[in-house]
Design a protein around this ligand. Structure first.
Ligand SMILES: [Zn+2]
Length: 273
């Protein structure tokens, strides 16, 4: 089942895409458009439908928040259609030249992620005719991820920093400590609207992000305390009575799991030593 919805919020246009084999999709991806700037390009699994929705927009520039396939999948098609520059963080620009392989589950839900050689690395600001967005590094979910913030409008395009106040699985290379620090950095900004890559919040965005911070800090502390007592990752998982979403873990070949959250904490503790 394919779901495509569009919405408008102030001067922002949002495009929401979701696909699932059975029933309604549970996870959606978003493309945002504001004043000539397209933020992210969606995944290739729905490439033609996405393209159909956005092809008449007056896009003058494209910005990619991070290298994950649901954000970077359609860069090539969009860039050649709009014939415009594509920008991203230095790290994202570098990673997209030869992006890491993606799991079977990611391919099933979001399709492939072709490389793209010509992203212009940028930091500091990206400007449109009427707005100036601060580019803020928010590593953790992905090392190259950045948010865009318009201080006058108080719009926050938060990429995948939020997704939800509680999360049940991680990719195997996510850093929980980096996520905590990134959330703290973003919470210093003045905003209420959070244009998340998967789950936009039109009010109380800051409160919801605070909730996620508390959730991650508690998770970190619980795991930290047991690791100090020499528990292994699997023992910690059992001791804390965590539950695995087996469908997700199996489909992703272990790339996505709750156990990855435990391992992420342990990795962060070891890296800090
Ligand atoms: Zn992502």
């Amino acid at each position: 089942m394919n779901v495509i919805e569009t919405f408008e919020f102030e001067e922002i246009k949002g495009f929401k895409f979701g696909k699932s084999l059975f029933g309604k999709p549970k996870l959606f991806s978003h493309i945002y458009f504001i004043d000539g700037l397209m933020i992210d390009t969606g995944h290739t699994k729905m490439a033609s439908k996405i393209f159909h929705q956005v092809k008449d927009l007056p896009v003058k520039q494209i910005f990619i928040t991070h290298h994950h396939e649901d954000h970077s999948g359609n860069i090539t098609a969009m860039q050649s259609h709009f014939d415009c520059p594509v920008y991203a963080s230095d790290l994202c620009s570098e990673m997209m030249k030869s992006p890491p392989p993606i799991s079977f589950a990611q391919k099933i839900s979001w399709g492939t992620r072709p490389s793209f050689q010509n992203i212009i690395p940028t930091s500091g600001f990206i400007e449109t005719d009427n707005y100036k967005f601060e580019i803020i590094p928010i590593p953790g979910h992905a090392v190259d991820m950045v948010a865009l913030y318009e201080p006058n409008k108080k719009w926050l395009f938060s990429a995948d920093l939020y997704v939800n106040s509680y999360i049940a699985y991680f990719l195997e290379n996510e850093s929980i400590l980096d996520q905590i620090n990134s959330i703290k950095r973003i919470l210093e900004l003045d905003f209420d609207v959070m244009l998340c890559g998967h789950n936009p919040q039109f009010k109380n965005g800051k409160e919801k992000l605070k909730k996620k911070l508390l959730f991650l800090e508690k998770l970190f502390e619980d795991i930290y305390n047991l690791y100090e007592k020499k528990f292994s990752a699997e023992q910690i998982f059992r001791e804390l009575k965590y539950k695995e979403f087996w469908y997700v873990r199996i489909m992703s070949n272990g790339h996505l799991s709750k156990l990855n959250m435990v391992k992420s904490v342990i990795r962060d503790i070891e890296n800090k030593k």
